[in-house]
Design a protein around this ligand. Structure first.
Ligand code: VGL
Ligand code: ZN
Length: 206
């Protein structure tokens, strides 16, 4: 039997996409691809998670308070909303992170559900073993989420046609991808994932 799968959409929020305060170049190009993954997982009845950066107005994560970044994804602002073109299902579970003003967090595994359940615990409760991860930014939140997932023992497939990086230093995204693969993550594109899922659906006993 194949491992139970879930789709993880990392930080597909207005501030990380063109027009936002910390825009990932061409970040909006991944949205139609993410929508195809959403449909694929939804049809298969598999869980979908959307992480979001969810910062207070003052946090050590922002330049004004000693951090690296301009203000972004401040709780309750338009910049913190998921991109309007992302077709989230009503069942999508939101994982919020970055709420602690003293913490410079990037990984979805530092996040929690609306009920305060830590992400790893939430996945464990549902018996999920294999994560398919896409979103932004390849070199920050996607990278940290993938590396944490591998450390915690999840199988990880990085959706290479549905990620984009910041590249503060040129080559950061390439290096991040290599690091994720070295940590045991696989890379796949939509057709690979669709094929894998239909193969295991046929193999599953009715
Ligand atoms: C992120 C920079 C600052 C991300 C979050 O979601 O990749 N990047 N905060
Ligand atoms: Zn942030």
């Amino acid at each position: 039997m194949s491992a139970k799968r879930a789709l993880i959409l990392v930080d597909v929020q207005n501030d990380f996409l063109p027009g936002g305060s910390l825009a990932v170049p061409d970040g909006d190009r991944i949205i139609p691809v993410l929508n195809r993954y959403i449909e694929l997982f939804h049809r298969a009845g598999l869980p979908i998670y959307a992480t979001r950066d969810w910062h207070p107005e003052r946090t050590r994560h922002f330049q004004a308070y000693g951090g690296l970044w301009p203000p972004h994804c401040v709780q309750g602002t338009r910049g913190a909303e998921f991109h309007p073109d992302l077709k989230l299902t009503p069942e999508t579970i939101i994982i919020s992170k970055g709420m602690d003003p003293n913490e410079d967090s990037y990984s979805g595994f530092q996040g929690r559900t609306a009920d305060g359940v830590a992400f790893a615990e939430e996945l464990k409760r549902r018996g999920i073993e294999h994560l398919y991860i896409g979103g932004v930014a390849t070199d920050y939140c996607v990278r940290h989420t993938v590396l944490d997932a591998r450390r915690l023992g999840f199988h990880v497939t990085v959706l290479e046609d549905a990620i984009r990086g910041v590249d503060l230093t040129p080559g950061d995204s390439e290096r991040a991808l290599r690091e994720m693969v070295e940590a045991g993550a696989s890379l796949a594109r939509f057709e690979d994932v669709a094929r894998e899922m239909s193969a295991s659906a046929e193999a599953a006993p009715q």
